[in-house]
Design a protein around this ligand. Structure first.
Ligand SMILES: Nc1ncnc2c1ncn2[C@@H]1O[C@H](COP(=O)(O)OP(=O)(O)OP(=O)(O)O)[C@@H](O)[C@H]1O
Ligand SMILES: [Mg+2]
Length: 307
């Protein structure tokens, strides 16, 4: 995605001619340029349950919001973990936002966008009622496009829209993938998790061919990763072979290090931040796990959010 023409048209100095005095100035200029283009929509997906999808949504939402991007999280999961993880209690909402958007022909996203306690982060809540959607919409024409239609109306209000998906290939997952521009996939280094990747790849292929939806796994990275474990290094090699351009090495570049790949480490602060309803990267930005997620955010910002 290029910002150049929109930037030029608005009379903003193109990036190549800017001489930013510091990082913040550069970011402010990037943000200004981004406001002239439409939000990037990223679905975090992996059909394997418990693979760090929601943790990734929360960590990325926190870090991208801290950098000044306007972030909307759409929780497409009946577990509602992305909603509560942002400090928004599902039970206190009058309606469950994503359910309402999918089920009510008159629904308007503005009615269900909920502010969170965190600057620059809003959420459309998930929750239990989403379990009714797949059966209720089974015979509706174009039922995979319902979320996409709403997301399109929100692209001018946000810089990045993150879609949290459930663990199976339900109609909810399909709606999220169809609404997205790209997919981010966290992967555990276990053998079953690696096998699950084939399933997601097949789903993506089907979206490409059967629904004519041009989408790919654009970003992937290992989680619960220990670089000194042989199995984890093997897993890194496997994922590198499958997604050579998408795999993110979460360590800062260190040419002399003895191992050749890195991922997000395991940490008790993941669970503590989720209990506190605060995105991991805001809860404790100094931990190794937060720094790894910041590196993921760096790469996503570079690849997808800047021109
Ligand atoms: N890096 C990590 N360190 C420690 N615990 C983690 C880490 N990443 C995820 N977890 C924990 O693993 C569990 C599963 O993570 P998460 O809920 O993010 O997965 P998910 O893919 O969203 O699951 P589901 O498929 O059920 O939606 C959670 O209890 C979470 O706190
Ligand atoms: Mg989840």
């Amino acid at each position: 995605m290029s910002n150049a023409s929109a930037t030029d048209a608005a009379g903003i100095t193109p990036p190549s001619q800017r001489n930013p005095s510091n990082r913040e100035t550069r970011r402010a200029a990037d943000r200004l340029a981004r406001k002239l283009v439409r939000a990037v929509v990223i679905a975090v997906a992996n059909q394997k349950g418990g693979s760090g999808k929601t943790t990734t949504i929360l960590a990325l939402a926190g870090e991208l919001a801290r950098r000044g991007f306007r972030v909307l999280v759409i929780d497409c999961d009946e577990q509602g973990n992305a909603t509560t993880g942002l400090g928004v209690p599902v039970a206190k909402l009058d309606n469950e936002g994503t359910y309402y958007l999918l089920m009510d022909d008159e629904a308007k996203p503005a009615d269900v966008i909920t502010p969170t306690p965190h600057d620059n982060i809003s959420v459309i809540a998930g929750g239990e009622k989403l379990s009714e959607v797949t059966a209720a919409l089974a015979s509706e024409m174009g039922n995979h496009t319902f979320l996409s239609a709403h997301v399109e109306t929100l692209r001018d209000e946000f810089d990045v829209i993150l879609l949290d998906t459930p663990p199976a290939l339900s109609l909810l997952t399909l709606n999220a993938l169809y609404a997205a521009d790209e997919i981010a996939t966290p992967i555990n280094p276990g053998v079953f998790d690696l096998a699950g990747i084939a399933k997601l790849t097949k789903t993506v292929k089907r979206l490409n061919t059967r629904l004519n939806k041009n989408i790919a796994i654009a970003h992937t990275f290992l989680i619960n990763f220990n670089p000194r474990r042989r199995n984890d290094q093997d897993a890194y090699g496997f994922v590198k072979g499958a997604f050579p351009d998408a795999l993110i090495d979460t360590a800062d570049p260190q040419p002399d290090r003895e191992w050749h790949g890195s991922g997000v480490p395991q940490s008790a602060s993941v669970n503590s931040s989720q209990s506190a309803g605060v995105p991991l990267t805001l809860y404790d930005p100094r931990t190794a796990v937060s720094r790894a997620y910041c590196r993921v955010a760096d790469v996503i910002e570079q690849r997808s959010l800047r021109g």
